[in-house]
Every structure is written in C-alpha cells, then in structure tokens.
Write a protein that binds this ligand. Structure first.
Ligand code: SAH
Length: 394
C-alpha cells in the first residue's frame, strides 16, 4: 500500500510556495503505515499529489525532497549532489591545490533537508539531521562517491548527536568508506587547518566563518588580537598570518585549546606571538587588562529554540558590553551570532544597547553573514543563521 500523508484543507499553501517543511498540525491523516524515515507521498485534501519527502515523528513531520513526482532513487541523489557540486565549483572552491575545505551540502539550501556534507581534503563528512537521511545514508554515500569520483578517498558518517534522540535507529558514527589518512591535510586558503571530525564539534570545523576569517586577516596587522570562543583557532591563524602583534585565544574547552595550539605550531612553528587559555569567556573578559585593539566574539548559539530568545539577547548584550568596556580606542570588534532564532535586527539591537551602556562611540563597518557554500533557500528563510558585525570603536 502506498505510504501517504493527506493534508488538512488549505494546508498545501506553503508547499505551493516551495517551503520544504510540513508541520504535524497540517496533517489530516496518514495511510500505509509508514515507518519513521520512510519516503511518503503528500496529497491535498482534494486528492492531488503535491510533494514527497521523509516522514518523522515531531513538529516537522515531513521534510520535502521533491515537488515533482519522481522516485527517490540513486538518480535522484546523483542529480542533487551533482547540482550542489557544480555550485561549489562555480564558487571557485573545488579543484584547487591551496584550498580543499568546503560545504558540499547545506540542507534546505541545497534542496536536501536534513543533510549536511562537508569536504576536508580527501575526506567527506556526512551528517544526517533527519531519520530519513539516516536511513538512506548508504545510497547517499554511493552517489557521493560517484559525484566526487577521484577527489575523495574516505567518507565519515557523523550523526550520533544530530539525530532525534528518541528515534529507534542504530546511530553509530564511523567510516562508510576508507579511513584516516594522516598525509591528507585540510587547507583553507593555504592555511593548514586542525580538523577533528571524529571527536570535534559539528563536522570538525566551523567552515561557515571562512570568508570572515579572510576579512579579519586583512585588518590584523600590528594589532593585539583577542579571539574569544576560538574553538580550533581559525580566526587566530588568520590574525597571525595577517601580521598581528600578539594573538590570545580563549575557549572553555581544553580540547579546543589543544587543537588551536596544534594549528599554530603547524602553520607558524616557533612563533611566540600566540597564547591560548582554557577558561570561561565571561570570566576572562572580566579579569583582562585593556590591551586588545581587535576582539572577536563568536559564541555558540545562545538560543537553540524560540523560548530561549529573551535570555539569548541578554547574553549577547552582556558579552558585547564587556568587550566594549575593555577594547582600546581605535579598536575593531568582530561580533557574531549563529542563533537561527535571533534575527539580524535583534542581534544588532543587542549590540547597540551594549555600546550605549558601555558609553562608546561605535560605527558599523561591515555586516557579515554565512558564506555562499551555506546557501539559503529563498523559500526557506529559516536557513539564514549566521550574522556578524565589524565595528570600529572610538
Ligand atoms: N570561532 C570558532 C567557532 C566558535 S564555536 C571558529 O571560527 O572555529 C563556539 C566555541 O565556544 C566552542 O568551541 C565552545 O567550546 C566555546 N564555548 C562555549 N561556551 C563557552 C564559554 N562560556 N567560554 C568560553 N568558550 C565557550
């Protein structure tokens, strides 16, 4: 029996505008007894086929894979991954000797809701955020091997923490193809990046800050740089290459500090300009001297859900206020929010309040965002999450 979802009257409206999610409240009935993660066909209450997608328990009940009637088979995966790869090639991110890190698939932004694929040198790291993508991981990996033929040797699957914890599935991480290769060095614009996809955060690196790190490099000459929430130290490496006078990196995770120090030693052996501290960011800001004239604030998402929005905005305000109080006159502040529920305007207002409370004169030099290999599906504005400001502080 066909696995079907039938919508309530009028609930096809967002699908007609190609929004890729169907909320559980829009569903009138489910037929054919689908298992969680199955591909289902979606019909209007008049019996008209409108989409197909992965079904899941939860508020987002279906993630749409196609708005035209077609099987979700190897050809489908090959086609979608092929389009994603062509875009990264257009962006100039592929086929280079000085650079081999990029996001190949960014979920809804690449019309593959629930799937992330990052490429690090000759390894692709695949991450499922939906049960459906998890169930089809082997097909996706096969298609990936073909689409990236010759340019990767290994595929690592890492979804242990990104799948709904209640789902009844075997969720082990591991290599689907190949294995570790110590000679394969991930490079970001010529920099050797420390990437630990096995035990690191996300897929191993915050690729989404690539262009912002490049911008920072341009402004770091002769400056005393503080990189707060450094993780693997990407901004610190950029500042060192840009000619910073000194660079201090701070993260509460000891493992992150270890990776940062490894990256500095690897790229700048014997360089004494860098120091790293495994401490809480707020404590560091409270205790530090006013020696910095370039500060980066790139905290983890303060709000993961709408309910946490108010607290998150207070958090951004407090954090930025501390930086405004201590940054030297003529300083530059690179400040970010990666909380999807916090809008650009809300973030800007929190930073505005922080500047006012610290009593500093501040101008906006740049408004930053996620890079082009993290595209935003125009029909799914929820995909916009990273925002940043570069501020000059008098
Ligand atoms: N800027 C980084 C990414 C930052 S991710 C890059 O370009 O790669 C956020 C980091 O904040 C994580 O590494 C996490 O360990 C760290 N973190 C979370 N809470 C913290 C806190 N209270 N103090 C310091 N670091 C913290």
């Amino acid at each position: 029996m066909q696995k079907k979802v039938i919508l309530k009257k009028g609930k096809e409206e967002s699908l007609l505008r190609f929004h890729p999610w169907i909320f559980s409240g829009a569903i009138a009935s489910i037929e054919g007894n689908p298992d969680e993660g199955d591909v289902v066909d979606v019909y209007t209450c008049q019996g008209q086929w409108i989409a197909c997608g992965h079904i899941q328990v939860g508020s987002i009940a279906v993630r749409v894979l196609s708005f035209v009637q077609r099987p979700i088979d190897m050809d489908f995966w090959m086609e979608r991954l092929g389009v994603a790869f062509a875009l990264r090639s257009t962006l100039g991110l592929t086929g280079r000797t000085d650079h081999n890190i990029y996001r190949l698939v960014h979920g809804e932004g690449d019309n593959l809701p629930g799937l992330v694929i990052d490429v690090y040198g000759r390894t692709a790291v695949m991450q499922a955020h939906s049960v459906g993508m998890h169930c089809q991981r082997m097909d996706i990996a096969k298609a990936l091997e073909k689409v990236l033929a010759g340019s990767i040797d290994s595929i690592y699957y890492k979804s242990e923490t990104t799948l709904p914890f209640k789902a009844d599935i075997d969720r082990g991480n591991g290599y689907l193809k190949g294995g570790p290769n110590p000679d394969d060095i991930p490079l970001e614009y010529g920099m050797r990046m420390p990437v630990d996809w096995i035990s690191g955060q996300k897929t191993g690196l915050f690729i989404d800050q690539r262009e912002n790190r490049a911008l920072l490099e341009h402004y770091s000459k002769g400056r005393n740089v503080l990189n707060m929430f450094c993780y693997t130290g990407g901004f610190s490496l950029a500042a060192l290459r840009g000619g910073a006078n000194l660079v201090h990196s701070v993260d509460s995770s000891a493992r992150a500090i270890e990776l940062t120090e490894g990256g500095v030693a690897d790229n700048f052996p014997g360089d004494t300009r860098h120091k790293a501290f495994a401490v809480d960011a707020f404590k560091y800001l409270d205790g530090m001297e006013s020696i910095y004239d370039l500060i980066i604030l790139d905290p983890p998402a303060f709000a993961k859900h709408k309910d946490a929005l108010k607290h998150a905005l207070i958090g951004y305000r407090r954090l930025n206020q501390k930086a405004f109080e201590k940054i030297r006159p003529g300083g530059l502040l690179f400040t970010f929010s990666c909380s999807q529920v916090v809008t650009k305007d809300q973030f800007r207002m929190a930073v505005f309040t922080a500047a006012a409370q610290a009593g500093r004169k501040v101008s906006i030099l740049y408004q930053l965002h996620q890079p082009a290999d993290h595209p935003i599906n125009i029909f799914h504005p929820e995909g916009e999450y990273l925002k940043g400001l570069v501020l000059s502080v008098e």
